[in-house]
Design a protein around this ligand. Structure first.
Ligand code: DX5
Ligand code: ZN
Length: 220
């Protein structure tokens, strides 16, 4: 079972008009800041273009975990790595050359993540295991914060954990993670947790992160 727990809060549900202040509220408690980049093509929602994302990444006092929900991500993904993101995650469903793009991300100095939508089987991604630093198992359909955690994805998390074996690969879940659901995901083998609305709707976002971390530790 996973031992190193990481909490990577998503700023999607933060107040985007004062994003740097919102990040400052949680930075000391967070392992990385999860940045959801959406293009209104791969998902029916838009967040940041490359220029706006660059400004956030450059100003962020801690590392960025970029989650790219954009179509034809092959070209832009290494550019996010070059900006200094610690981790860059592409969707299997949006990438033409998956191993080539994962390698390009690594060459540009970031950890390479591969995300799977709920309908994509982990077996489809098994061939990329040696190119991957993190698998992201989506526990909602990508596009929006505040959706309900899909318990039925835990089987996929368990299979992914088994496939990872002794390799040093992080296993992230994203969508609907809260104090009510994080233990189930940790038990299934996840070790990196995105939480958006649970953190930013909390009265005290920093203590919510600490609570999530303690809960995940309690079962792993
Ligand atoms: C959804 C995004 C998530 C989202 C999570 O497509 O990838 O990162 O911000 O938000 P919550 O935690 O509210 O489900
Ligand atoms: Zn995300």
């Amino acid at each position: 079972m996973a031992s190193h727990i990481r909490i990577t809060p998503s700023i999607l549900n933060a107040d985007l008009t004062q994003i740097n202040a919102e990040i400052a509220r949680i930075a000391s408690q967070s392992d990385l800041i999860h940045l959801d980049v959406m293009d209104n093509i791969f998902v029916p929602n838009f967040t940041f273009d490359f220029q706006a994302a660059s400004a956030i990444i450059k100003a962020c006092p801690i590392g960025i975990d970029a989650h790219l929900m954009v179509a034809d991500v092959d070209q832009i993904a290494p550019a996010y790595a070059e900006l200094g993101c610690e981790s860059v995650t592409i969707h299997a469903e949006a990438t033409r050359d998956i191993p080539g793009t994962l390698r390009a991300i690594r060459r540009a100095g970031a950890r390479a993540g591969l995300a799977l939508k709920p309908g994509t089987a982990i077996e489809d991604a098994a061939g990329f295991v040696n190119e991957v630093d993190m698998f992201l198992i989506m526990t909602v359909e990508p596009g929006f914060g505040g959706q309900k955690f899909m318990h039925e994805m835990m089987e996929k998390v368990r299979k992914t954990r088994a496939m990872i074996g002794e390799r040093d690969i992080w296993l992230q879940v994203d969508g609907g993670v809260s104090p009510e659901t994080i233990c189930e995901a940790a038990e299934a083998g996840a070790d990196v947790f995105v939480a958006g609305s649970a953190v930013f709707r909390a009265e005290d976002p920093a203590s919510m992160i600490a609570l999530l971390r303690n809960l995940a530790h309690s079962v792993s």
